[in-house]
Design a protein around this ligand. Structure first.
Ligand SMILES: *Cc1c(COP(=O)(O)O)cnc(C)c1O
Length: 333
């Protein structure tokens, strides 16, 4: 099976499973799981934050991040297409009574700062209190420029907002920009990281921030059911991933660029290619036929008018060549 639906489909490698098998465990609710503690220390070190907290999912990490920043009746400014606005079932509003203020992202994935500034509500009893700016990096594969992050950081300092980065794919940005995580994370108060996408673990996300904030987050995590016990087996996968699966993300980016070129050579219109994502236009009348053609040949991706293909550690260049061959055959049948 060649699966390009998402980088969430990556499976733990034999070496990762071996690391999980040998993990020392304790009870993380009592804070004595040594492997979870080691992963949190490592995430704090890498991000340059004082503390970190391990979560089963990125959705829960983002929810707890918002709950720990905002009170009932506060609001966060967020991208119209951002995961923690659009794809998390409205959790902040449902469970936190936190109002989102979505704004449209620019073509480069940034939220224009003049638009953000205009969306900040004055201190007036008519309005929700604007508390937080939430950015997504990478956003649909797009890496937010460091210069932009610095300006966003500056704006939030002036306006007394907190700045959160949903960094589900932040290590793709790290590799693409050739910087350390700390060089990006210095421009945010808090940051979430997914271990279960391109980094290849079965589950797991991290929230990084200052000590007091992470203590608050720990209580919210318990409340929403995220306090896990012998979670060291999962944290071991995370530690393995941070050590072995970060630098190799470059391969995924190179593969995505290669795939984009090959699809263009077939005469297809590649609308965008950034980091590990390729977007290609498929004529509406071909959608069903292409989808069937590919799934009959054990190739999976979600075919739509603008089709997204995501490269990751379980698809190598040979698998991508197979996909290209099938697409060529489809066009020439
Ligand atoms: C995948 C993702 C998340 C978290 O997703 P989970 O499936 O809950 O781990 C959060 N933000 C972004 C941008 C994502 O792509």
């Amino acid at each position: 099976m060649i699966d390009l639906r998402s980088d969430t489909v990556t499976r733990p490698s034999a070496a990762m499973l071996e690391a999980m098998h040998h993990a020392a465990t304790g009870d993380d609710v009592y804070r004595d799981d040594p492997t979870v503690n080691a992963l949190e220390v490592e995430a704090a070190r890498l991000s340059g934050k004082a503390a970190a907290l391990f979560f089963p999912t990125g959705t829960q990490a983002n929810l707890v991040a918002l709950l720990s920043h905002c009170q009932r009746g506060d609001e966060y400014i967020v991208g119209q297409q951002a995961h923690n606005y659009k794809y998390e079932a409205g959790g902040a509003a449902v469970l936190g009574s936190i109002q989102p203020q979505p704004v449209l992202a620019a073509a480069d994935g940034t939220l224009p700062l003049d638009v953000v500034a205009a969306a900040i509500k004055p201190d007036d009893i008519h309005f929700a209190r604007t508390r937080l700016l939430s950015l997504e990096n990478t956003h649909h594969g797009k890496v937010l420029p460091l210069e932009y992050l610095q300006q966003a950081w500056q704006l939030t300092r002036e306006k007394q907002l907190a700045l959160h980065i949903d960094g589900a794919r932040i290590f793709n940005a790290v590799v693409a920009q050739g910087v350390t995580l700390e060089e990006i994370a210095r421009y945010c108060d808090t940051l979430t990281i997914c271990l279960s996408k391109g980094l290849g673990t079965p589950v797991g996300s991290l929230l990084c921030g200052d000590r007091e904030y992470i203590e608050r987050a720990r209580r919210w995590r318990k409340m929403v059911g995220g306090g896990m016990r012998q979670a060291g087996i999962l944290a071991a996968a995370g530690l393995y991933a941070l050590e072995h699966n970060v630098a190799r993300l470059q391969e995924d980016h190179d593969n995505a660029a290669w795939l984009a070129e090959q699809l263009q050579d077939l005469g297809l219109e590649v609308t965008e290619q950034h980091t590990n994502m390729v977007f290609v236009r498929v004529p509406v009348q071909q959608i069903t036929a292409l989808s069937d053609w590919m799934s009959q040949r054990d190739v999976l991706f979600s075919v739509s008018a603008v089709t997204r293909l995501v490269t990751h550690l379980d698809v190598d260049r040979a698998a991508l060549q197979t996909l290209v061959n099938h697409w060529r055959d489809f066009l020439h049948q």
